[in-house]
Design a binder for this molecule. Structure first.
Ligand code: ADP
Ligand code: MG
Length: 280
């Protein structure tokens, strides 16, 4: 039986209205979905509307028309209260690890914040969860007593990932999560996201302008161009046999870090997940 997607975006239109300027039609009839436990890579050049899609999912831009179903519920015009409750299940990791963590709060305080919403959770349990999530993202446990300023960009991004997953969401939006990091660190953070995604059976909308990066993590790839989806499908197929000229140009621009190995890895993950879902 085919399960319904966790996130299902249908015919989404977003129009930015600025006073004194012509309205800007940023998303034109975008439809895409993400199944539970699946990573969908959203790729396109700067200005194509990727962040706008993420923001629409997170309720940060007004939706002109269309629907955004999350777990079957239309959240395209969700109230603040509904959004607050959704915060347990829908999280985000941003590009810039320097501005996304409050410099005045210890890492422990930052990580505990999402837990305060969990009814009846004790302080001991919160501390245990902080320790657990820090281990999960490969950070030493004394990280909790420290402050963002004491960490590198890659370490901060690990901490931002910890904050996003500490309350065990079903879904995370990652908007260019490695684009601000040194190339040598990018692969480590991508591997971490892959591991966490698998361990937690997380669904992920993974946004990047860089197809090499998207290829590293996604099961399916969606290609956005000037606010419209020009192609979407199995990540391996899109890499090996792109149909749209724009996708071809993106692939020509991106170096190939052993795509065959990546494809095999993804295939193995997909099979393992399908088996797990069938058993559940
Ligand atoms: P991407 O993340 O792919 O680089 P964005 O979603 O940030 O693209 O932006 C898509 C388009 O919408 C761009 O042309 C951008 O200039 C425009 N845009 C983004 N935010 C606003 C805004 N608040 N007001 C007006 N135009 C905007
Ligand atoms: Mg963007």
């Amino acid at each position: 039986m085919a399960e319904s997607p966790l996130l299902d975006i249908q015919d989404l239109n977003v129009v930015y209205k600025q006073s004194g300027k012509k309205p800007f039609h940023a998303l034109k009839g975008v439809s895409l979905h993400v199944n539970a436990g699946e990573t969908v890579g959203l790729v396109g050049e700067s200005g194509s509307g990727k962040t706008t899609i993420g923001k629409a999912v997170l309720g940060q831009v007004p939706v002109e028309s269309g629907t955004i179903l999350f777990d079957g519920q239309d959240i395209s015009h969700a109230s603040h209260k509904v959004r607050r409750d959704l915060g347990q299940e829908l999280q985000v990791v941003y590009q810039d690890p320097y501005s996304s963590l409050n410099p005045a709060r210890s890492i422990g305080q930052t990580l505990m914040e999402p837990l305060l919403r969990e009814d009846g959770i004790t302080r001991t349990e919160m501390k245990r969860r902080v320790k657990e999530v820090l281990e999960q993202v490969g950070m030493p446990t004394d990280t909790a007593e420290r402050y963002p300023g004491q960490f590198s960009g890659g370490q901060r991004q690990r901490i931002a990932i910890a904050r996003a997953v500490i309350n065990r969401p079903k879904f995370i939006v990652c908007d260019e999560p490695v684009s601000a990091l040194d190339l040598s660190i990018q692969a480590q953070v991508l591997n971490l996201l892959n591991d966490i995604q698998q361990e937690m059976n997380l669904a992920m909308l993974f946004i990047s302008h860089d197809l090499t990066v998207v290829r590293h993590v996604s099961d399916r790839t969606v290609v956005l161009y000037h606010g419209e989806i020009v192609e979407q499908g199995d990540a391996g197929q899109i890499n090996e046999n792109p149909q749209h000229p724009y996708t071809k140009s993106l692939i020509d621009a991106a170096p190939l870090p052993d795509p065959e190995a990546q494809r095999k890895k993804r295939e193995a993950r997909r099979k393992a997940r399908a088996a797990a879902n069938a058993a559940a």
